[in-house]
Design a protein around this ligand. Structure first.
Ligand SMILES: *Cc1c(COP(=O)(O)O)cnc(C)c1O
Length: 409
């Protein structure tokens, strides 16, 4: 199919939920994407932090193919070895004890919200059902996770929303303190907001979260859906933030491109989910489980976490150099590991387009933040080439001071 026909048929047959890039991807390998004409692109997006090992990793393909020949799906009514091996491996990576598997990020957060409520009511016998989340956050598109999300634009037209959610401006310590009341059960947070524009929490804010977790016995739920699986230079981002979640959720990169989500919780909390209390048909099936197992094995064996931390530090420095060579264009460079944001002084659509024309695929979020989430396996050379091209593009860009947009927070 030609690109124009594909575009036409997409309009005709699919719900118009996405503003798509002017690009049809036919195949991919490593850190490269290929369009219908065979044009090559450097992938600095990795399917929004899904393909952390790059595309078509031979060992992932091998694991999926051999599992597909053995067993693709079996109901959660049966015991399953692949699922158990994965849960054991996940638990070994952190301080928590039990896993619930599902199929997406939103479902993992939905499970976390349900488990918090159930634990508070069944185990603690308290009506502490309210969840605090932060402005700019993104937690998913189901009714509850959309309500948890701290961005009004995604809620338009979907009212009435479920009850039990409170929102606090990110990094506003006093507002966080004030938001806690006798109904508050927990806090849900991303260590680095992805969709929100690569925003980090301040040290004081994290200290306040830790304090509330102890003094008010609030449950801390960390959303590692985008930050997990090595993305930020540690396997889980909370390791670097000095946070110790009572539960965390992960998804995107978990099964190396297959749909899978997971909620990881401590024993006492996990026990609040009795048989029949929660579930999902496909959750933790053999196929995504082997892909996730293999993925974790490769990340650990190949030292990808260290590589990504190191490469990310270099990239931040490099982008700051670009910033000083192109005054008035870059407002801030931020991020950890290979979760990087380049905030521009002006709306970034033209810069984004120019980069795409030069063969670099990345994301523009919050109108002016170039978001980079390349595979953790990306060669240094590709990052360097991107920096050179970014510099060229910014130097050529006709930026007028009247385009300048206000500070976002
Ligand atoms: C992508 C994302 C989600 C939602 O995951 P889906 O698989 O799209 O449901 C939730 N939280 C964060 C931080 C995400 O990046």
């Amino acid at each position: 199919m030609e690109h124009s026909e594909l575009e036409q048929k997409t309009k005709e047959y699919l719900c118009p939920t996405y503003a798509r890039y002017p690009l049809s991807i036919k195949s991919a390998s490593g850190c490269r994407l290929y369009d219908l004409q065979g044009r090559e692109y450097v992938d600095l997006l990795a399917g929004i932090s899904v393909c952390n090992l790059g595309h078509s990793h031979p060992e992932i393909i091998q694991a999926i193919c051999s599992q597909a020949r053995k067993l693709v799906h079996v109901s959660n009514l049966f015991f399953q070895e692949e699922q158990v091996l994965l849960a054991e491996k996940l638990v070994q990576t952190c301080h928590l004890d039990r896993v619930f598997f599902c199929n997406s990020g939103a479902e993992a957060n939905e499970a976390a919200i349900k488990l918090m409520r159930r634990y508070m009511s069944k185990v603690r016998g308290e009506n502490r059902h309210e969840l605090i989340t932060f402005s700019g956050s993104f937690h998913g598109r189901t009714l509850a996770t959309m309500t948890a999300t701290g961005q009004d634009k995604i809620k338009e037209g979907f009212y009435p929303l479920p009850q039990g959610f409170a929102h606090v401006p990110l990094n506003d310590v006093q507002a966080l303190e004030n938001a806690v009341n006798e109904n508050t059960g927990g806090i849900m947070a991303e260590c680095i907001q992805g969709e929100g524009g690569i925003k980090l929490m301040s040290d004081e804010f994290k200290a306040k979260i830790r304090e509330l977790q102890k003094s008010r016995k609030l449950m801390l739920i960390v959303d590692e859906i985008q930050t997990g699986m090595g993305r930020t230079g540690s396997l889980w981002a909370f390791e670097q933030e000095g946070l110790e979640p009572d539960m965390f959720t992960t998804s995107k990169a978990l099964a190396a491109g297959l749909p899978m989500g997971a909620l990881v919780a401590g024993d006492e909390i996990a026990e609040a989910f009795g048989p029949g209390s929660h579930g999902t048909t496909f959750g933790g099936g053999p196929l995504p489980s082997v892909a996730a197992l293999k993925s974790l094995e490769i990340i650990q064996r190949d030292g990808l976490v260290d590589y990504c931390r190191d490469l990310g530090q270099g990239a931040v420095k490099r982008f700051r150099e670009v910033s000083s060579k192109c005054p008035g264009t870059i407002r801030e460079v931020r991020g950890r590991g290979l979760m990087l944001g380049i905030e521009l002084e002006f709306p970034g659509k033209d810069v984004w387009n120019a980069l795409l024309e030069k063969g670099f695929v990345l994301n523009l979020t919050q109108e002016n933040v170039l978001r980079l989430l390349p595979p953790l396996t990306i060669p240094r050379q590709d990052m360097e080439e991107f920096a050179l091209v970014l510099e060229q593009v910014l130097l050529k860009h006709n930026y007028s001071p009247s385009d300048k947009i206000g500070q976002s927070n």
